[in-house]
Each structure stands twice: as structure tokens, then as C-alpha cells.
Design a protein around this ligand. Sequence first.
Ligand code: DAS
Length: 360
Amino acid sequence: MHLLKNFAQLLTGVGFVALSTFGTMAQAQTATKPNVVILATGGTIAGAGASALNSATYAAAKVPVDKLLAGLPELANVANVRGEQVAQIASESFNNETLMVLGKRVSALVKQADVDGIVVTHGTDTLEETAYFLNLVIRTSKPIVVVGSMRPGTALSADGALNLFDAVSVAASKDAMGKGVLVTMNDEINSGRDVVKLVNIKTEAFKSQWGPLGMVVEGNNYWFRAPVKRHTAQSEFNIDEFSTLAPVEIVYGYGNVSTTATDAVGKSGIKALIHAGTGNGSVAATMVPALQAIRAQGIQVIRSSRVPAGFVLRNAEQPDDKYDWVVAHDLNPQKARILAAVALTKTSDSKELQRIFWQY
Ligand code: DAS
């Protein structure tokens, strides 16, 4: 409970500590320990509720990064840490501009010789999108770990403190290098590419359909797999080479679907449309002509699926070769949107896009 006491105290301003350089009040910077920068963006991990019983009713994005770090002096056991407040928002409100600001800052920091790893604290709602984005565009082998929490730090059995400690432990570890962007939640280490928020109401919320890469226990990493898809240092994309992301929207498939939303989105200036189809990316018969008309305008059509696991087969439910459509492979609609937006900074050729969706 001491963490809650520290945390609660800090929330009331008592014991407020401003961290401007690596290290904490408790422990001077040590040359032997890795240097980890924590970039805070908001979310529940920075949330606060009215009482310890408010594990689900609270305000997100309230606690500044210096208070988060000062409430967790145990971080000094694994790394010299310092914090930066990049944003202070609930992550459902992330947009392309927020992604670019965060990505540019990460890209600048990983180039610094005195930075060994990065942690991004983030809301859980779009955490999977940001983690995948960074996985695609940051040219580094240094560990980058994205972390959130399902309960605010003021709640009984809050998960944020241990999630953050695990994230810093991984970001400080040489064995986490070259594994792409990682997500540490609920003791697991997952790939930023694969992990999705599968449950919206409990601490075991994040899962990868292909399984976690490893676990963190008492600050030690235990690895069992490594990613095979291209990422970070092996990516052809580099955030230093572009400044905006292409507009890409998602439409959802379901019984009795009409083309109203699709027709409207097709006229909104988008460069690609993600179709979150039923089953294996199926498209309702009434929707096919609408998507063909959108393709005829030069907008890319990418078939994903609303089904949380599996992958969309090319030329199975739809003749993708004939329609010149792309399939999103195993990427859910929101991750497919991220990859499309990044890929379109380099190409608008549908065959190149399909290659990119196979490789990333
Ligand atoms: N609204 C959620 C978000 O900021 C809170 C959270 O779970 O982090 O993503």
C-alpha cells in the first residue's frame, strides 16, 4: 500500500518533486545504470479517482509526469529516469498530429548517446495504434516500451505502478534491443505490432493473437519469442522523412449495412478506406459497387475484418486482383489504418501497398 500512499500524497501536492535530469531525489544519477526517458501522454495511468473504490469511474490524464515518477522511487533501482510531458489527453482523442509530435520526439531522443531506452505512458484506448505507429517509423534498435493502466493510481489494486516499473525495466534492458516497439501490461511483454486491447474492463486487457514475446517478473525479463515482421531499424519508413500522415478512414460491415457512411467517407478527401468486414473480410453485395466506385477515384480499398483474430485471405471472399483491392492480412482495422497512413507517405501503388501489408 506504500505506493498508493506515496501516490495519494503526491496527488494532493504533498511531496511534489520536479525531475528535470536523470535520477530521483532518492538516488543520485549512477553511470552504471541505463538512462531511460519517459514520455507521458495522459490516459488512465495518469488518472485520478475520487476514492480508492473508483477503479472504473475517474478522470484520465490528470497526473503530470513528474508526480508519476516521484510516486515510484523504485524506478531508480533499474534505471536513471527523467520525464517529459508530450501530451496530457485521454487516448481516444489522439489524432495524427499527436502521433507525429510524439514520434518526432522519440526519434530525436533515440539518436542521443545518453538515452538508452524510451517509455511512453499512454491511454489504453488507442495504445495499440500508437505502439504500431512507432514500430513502423522509428529507426532504432533501442528499446521503446509503451505502457498504460486499466485503473487509476488512486484505486485499490491499481495496475499502473507495476506496469510502469515493468516498462522501465524492459526499456533499460539490452535484451529488449532489436525486438521492435514493446508493450508491458499485466506482467506480459507484447509486440507493439500484434497487441490489441481485447477486454475493456479488467487489468488483463491486452492480448496478441500470436502470443506474448515474454514476461517481466520483479524487474527481470523472460523472453520466449521475437517478432518476424519488419520494424524499427529494419523498416523502410522513417518519421524523419515526412511530416504528415495521409487521411484514412474505416467503415464497418454488419447485417443490413447501407452504403451511406461509405459514400460520405469516399467524398471526404481520404487516400485509403479500410473496410472492417464480417468474417474473413467479407463485403456485403450492396457494398461492392460503392467500394469499386471509391477505388475508381484513386482511393485505395483495404479489406480488414471486424473479427478480432485470424487474417484476411487475398482473393477468397472477394476477387481482390480483379477489383485492385488490398487485404490487411492479420491487422485489425485500426492497425490497418495506421499502416496505410504510413505507407501512403511512400507509395500510392496498390501492389506496393499489398507487399507492405504482407511485410509489416
Ligand atoms: N480513456 C482511456 C484512455 O485514455 C483511459 C485509459 O484506459 O487509459 O485511453
